[in-house]
Write a protein that binds this ligand. Sequence first.
Ligand code: SME
Length: 145
Amino acid sequence: MLSSKNKEKIYIRCIESIKSTSESNKLKFISKLLFESFDNWIFCGFYFQKNDKLLVSEYSANKIPCSPIEFNGVCGTAILKNKILNIKDVNTFQGHIVCDNDSKSELCIPFDIDGTKYVLDVDSNIYNAFCEIDEKYLVKIIKEF
Ligand code: SME
């Protein structure tokens, strides 16, 4: 497990790269950068709302993610409640949509881009992977849009 200090250092470095990148596709850059920065992450990407479904946007992952997905999963619930969902054990979340059997914990952060509802979704292959530090820095990162 990463110490809190090391985790913060990684996020601070990521934020510097995001602020200074010349890559115009920020969603793509962010998903790849974060995915490659944390060893236990198995998915890092964005879903957005299209009618009554969520479609995957830019992502980095070990496996091709499911898309479209319904609103009853972690991503959709985060959007519907407009609330960060930090699920320590995905098996305890009724409605959790399994895209990769290795996923053990998941963090979803809802936000808007030009009136479209998005969620930043991160999955880990360990239980209890995400804490307030992840929430704090990922919220900062999505504010970069
Ligand atoms: N587990 C999510 C689906 C997306 S994948 O994790 C990439 C959910 O329950 O909405």
